[in-house]
Write a protein that binds this ligand. Structure first.
Ligand code: DOR
Ligand code: ZN
Length: 345
């Protein structure tokens, strides 16, 4: 049995760090293993302008653990009034790495998102021209569309037409959850996808059978097992179009364990242990580095990290805390439902 695995230090291509007390508590959970992360802009209020991104980046950097070399890769939240000039300036100075498109109402703090894609075409055209990638939350919000179908319908109604209109725009389909999504990404140019740790591990039964599990509720919602299998096959294939974006999204326990609980799974602390486990199970430990550390930088046009990380497989299960304590309240860590034997220390 393989005991250690040394790989290029990973990056997280989709991460929610929040702000204030929550940011302070969750940041070290990411910086321990990851060198860089794409930082989601769905704060309240959202990170919309270059000035907002500068201020948020400063707040993150001010809270970095002593000696950390973590780089937050900032994004702007695309709104119908986003100024292409501001985007261009923020991209040219290296302040931002991408823009994020939230269909209005699709998820947590997405009210300022896009209702009419025509209104953001000037920004998207500019992005295509300057080579700035677009991260997309790929779900329609039409109340007539079943929540389990929202990703597949988004591909048909929004993604395909957008790619036909602007083939040069580089798109990341964030947190892909369906076989339809995997197939689409494989079939089209200039598009890649992130996959979360939790969508590789849970299906909708884990969420709903034997009692509702609020800590498995996230958006896009976990789908049926055949879809999870498609995600696992994509992640463990080494295909450069797929890479890790944890979508680690902390909410306090009272906000999760509620009659109307928030969407989000917090997985920053044990993501690498979970991934090593499932890649090992799939006989694909040799593909872990591609998924966590190689494919993302290639799509984003960035160099891979220079340093390495070593994962160790222990004889007995590794204990992760069930919760982390934050100044905003406790946050429950993702429970993969199996014992974890790998650790990064
Ligand atoms: O589950 C989710 N949580 N999905 C999202 O798209 C947003 C995120 C959050 O911000 O909590
Ligand atoms: Zn997210």
């Amino acid at each position: 049995m393989q005991k250690t695995l040394t790989i290029t230090r990973p990056d997280d291509w989709h991460l929610h760090l929040r702000d204030g007390d929550m940011l302070k508590a969750v940041l070290p959970e990411t910086t321990r293993d990851f060198a860089r992360a794409i930082i989601m802009p769905n704060l309240v209020p959202p990170v919309i302008t270059g000035d907002d991104a500068t201020a948020y980046r400063n707040r993150i950097n001010a809270l970095l653990p002593e000696g950390s070399r973590f780089t937050p890769l900032m994004t702007l939240y695309l709104t119908e009034t986003t100024d292409p000039g501001d985007v261009t300036r923020a991209a040219r100075t290296g302040l931002i790495t991408a823009l994020k498109l939230y269909p209005a109402g699709a998820t947590t703090n997405s009210d300022s998102g896009v209702r009419d894609i025509d209104k953001v075409m000037p920004v998207l055209e500019r992005m295509a021209k300057i080579g700035l990638p677009l991260c997309v939350h790929g779900e329609v919000t039409d109340p007539d569309v079943d929540i389990f179908d929202r990703e597949a319908v988004f591909i048909e109604r929004v993604l395909q037409p957008l790619q036909a209109r602007l083939p040069a725009l580089r798109i990341i389909m964030e947190h892909v959850t369906t076989r339809d999504g995997v197939d689409y990404v494989n079939s089209a140019d200039n598009i890649a996808a992130t996959i979360t740790t939790h969508h590789l591990i849970i299906n909708r039964n884990h969420l709903l059978v034997g009692g509702i599990k609020p800590h498995y509720y996230c958006l896009p919602i976990a789908k049926r097992e055949a879809h999870r299998q498609a995600l696992l096959a994509a992640a463990t294939s080494g295909n450069p179009k797929f890479f890790l974006g944890t979508d680690s999204a902390p909410h306090t326990d009272p906000n999760k364990q509620s009659a109307c609980g928030c969407a989000g799974v917090f997985s920053a602390s044990n993501t690498m242990a979970c991934l090593a486990h499932i890649f090992e199970d799939a006989g694909a430990l040799d593909k872990l580095e591609a998924f966590t550390s190689r494919n993302g930088p290639v799509f984003y046009g960035l160099p891979p990290n220079a340093d390495k990380i070593t994962l160790t497989r222990h004889e007995t299960p590794v204990a992760f805390p069930a919760k982390i304590h934050t100044g905003a309240g406790d946050v429950t860590l993702f429970d993969p439902g199996f014992a974890l034997y790998w650790s990064t220390i």
